[in-house]
Design a binder for this molecule. Sequence first.
Ligand SMILES: [Zn+2]
Length: 150
Amino acid sequence: MSKFGVSADHAEGHERPKPLPEITPFAQEFWEGTKRGELRIQRCKGCGHSQWIPRPNCEECSSRELTSELSSLSGVVYSFTIIRQVVMNSSAFEAELPFALAAIELSSGVRLIAQVVDVEPEKVSIGMKVEASFEHLSDKVAVPKFHPIV
Ligand SMILES: [Zn+2]
């Protein structure tokens, strides 16, 4: 139990701890990478397909022969929404409202879902150039977030 009276599955150091992702074996390289400030994306040895989120096999050809490739930290906003209210057990995110949640297209073409920070949500736009930085929620988890670049 942390000083906040919640299980170790929640981030420490926040007044309302955020729930942390379950780190599955096939997502381990991704989460090890984010702790070092890297984005590691799965690529299929069989067909060359790149994918996020991490999975046990290729979503195109089902091959289990996947490698973990270092990705560029930069990309563009492919699509986004503005989160204005929280539901259910997500009150830990209340202090950050409103915020932009976006599909970010990396230079490899892979898209991942992440928060866009350091900009007012209303100023986020499709095609906006962004770059990843990492919020360390615990000693095990750092989540990628994206901020605008010129
Ligand atoms: Zn494949």
